[in-house]
Design a protein around this ligand. Sequence first.
Ligand code: CMP
Length: 142
Amino acid sequence: PKSPNNLNLRELLRRVTYFESCSDLELRQLIEYGYRQLFPAGQIVCQENEPGDSFYIILTGSVEVFSQRAEKYIATLHDGEFFGEMSLLLGIPRSATVRTLSDTILFVVDRNDLQKLLVEHQGLADQIAQTLSERQQALRDL
Ligand code: CMP
């Protein structure tokens, strides 16, 4: 199998559960809604309390979510998982800081495009809605 680094964006998106059964047309459209960005290990992607403008899906690599305010580790997220949804959907500042644990390729979706993406990918929208309330609860329990 090809190393993930040699996969093009369409192939990387195809490996994400929510997009597995997308047609080629849907995938081509999906690519219009975002862009891939490589973050080296140890880089901060979202900073707690800052305004949020983008939503992220991890294509390869991993990130750590933590709270500087509470001085607590929150979670580790891997390929196929997403973050950055809370501030966009709830209209609040970033709830936590997110930092890459390894070199990480992200699919970055800006605010306006997230709405369009969610209308067209109901499976992802449903998962985000469910995860959002679980994550809110976990933050309250910190
Ligand atoms: P946002 O608040 O935009 O920016 C920080 C992100 O960290 C947040 O969106 C979520 O995507 C993520 N996050 C916050 N709390 C948790 C949690 N309990 N588990 C996993 N991810 C979280």
